[in-house]
Design a protein around this ligand. Structure first.
Ligand code: 2NE
Length: 263
């Protein structure tokens, strides 16, 4: 796959997706967002991938949200994908939450605005001690109406989540750890070692158990979509049974199915 605003690498069971606009603190255009949807979709279907790591290029920023220079009447300009950037953002967030594999945010610097939302919706956040966290929407005339508010509440509690969103302050990595916003903080130079260790630990676990757990964690909060994802996880296992294959085989052989031995 050829990308222009992200880097995508798959090695030893890990897919690494890097937002590659360091000169803009990895702020995203609609091209970046479209490419993120492509990379996450590829990581979803590639059976060699067990864990996904999302990060930003350079050592200043993880991601600072939507590229404000592209703001135009009604949203963001320069849309290349089928949907405007602000909708694409929700698509990426949804992919991160529903891809049936753990997603680790490798937070190497600023995680601000929509970039903060991305780390919030990842399954785990591993932060450099240089990382800074915060929302910026109300300062620049924007907000995240979905997972960026709901998942934040579940991570840090309602009062703190409102403080983060309403006041647009920045928080250090130590403060983020204190409030349960990240899993661990390590010295900047140890960030890759720590991320690699988490990847190895996750790759040693049952992928099906991890998939079903991820769906179970979101089933209650995501309503019918959450229950559907959990159910579809079960459906894909059912497809591998003799009982399910009997239905398909009978159709192909133009005979009535015989499910009697599966009661
Ligand atoms: C992150 C922060 C505080 C860093 O400040 P500093 O001083 O360390 O860096 P500087 O000089 O501001 O940034 C370096 C370069 O990156 C660009 C800057 O304009 C600058 O470019 P030059 O002037 O050198 O050419 N840059 C950084 N972030 C950018 C952005 N988001 N868009 C365009 N250019 C950006 C500081 O950079 C900051 O506050 N950044 C803006 C954060 C922000 O407001 N993000 C948008 C929130 S809204 C959102 O993301 C969103 C949403 O609400 C709904 C749907 C989708 C997205």
């Amino acid at each position: 796959m050829k990308f222009t605003e992200i880097l995508y690498e798959k090695k030893d069971g890990v897919a690494r997706i890097t937002i590659n606009r360091p000169e803009k603190h990895n702020a995203c255009t609609s091209v970046t967002i479209f490419e993120l949807t492509q990379a996450f979709t590829d990581a979803w279907v590639d059976r060699s991938v067990g864990v996904v790591v999302l990060t930003g290029a350079g050592d200043k920023a993880f991601c600072t949200g939507g590229d404000q220079s592209l703001r135009a009447e009604g949203g963001y300009a320069g849309t290349v994908a089928a949907l405007p950037l602000e909708v694409g953002w929700q698509q990426v967030s949804t992919l991160i939450r529903t891809i049936p594999k753990p997603v680790i945010a490798r937070v190497n610097g600023y995680a601000i605005g929509g970039g903060h939302v991305f780390h919030v919706v990842c399954d785990f956040s591993i932060a450099s001690d240089k990382a800074k966290f915060g929302q910026a929407g109300p300062r620049v005339g924007s907000f995240d109406p979905g997972y960026g508010t709901g998942d934040l509440v579940r991570a840090v509690g309602l009062k703190k989540a409102k403080e983060i969103w309403f006041l647009c302050r920045q928080y250090t990595a130590a403060q983020a750890l204190d409030m349960g916003l990240v899993n661990v903080v390590v010295p900047h130079e140890r960030l890759d070692d720590e991320v690699n260790q988490w990847c190895a630990d996750l790759l040693a676990k049952s992928p099906t158990a991890l998939k079903m757990l991820k769906y179970a964690f979101h089933a209650e909060t995501d309503g019918v979509v959450g229950i559907t994802n959990l159910g579809v996880g079960g459906l894909s296992m059912f497809y591998n049974t003799e009982e399910s294959l009997e239905g398909k085989n009978a159709f192909m052989e133009k005979r009535p199915p015989d499910f009697s031995k599966y009661r």
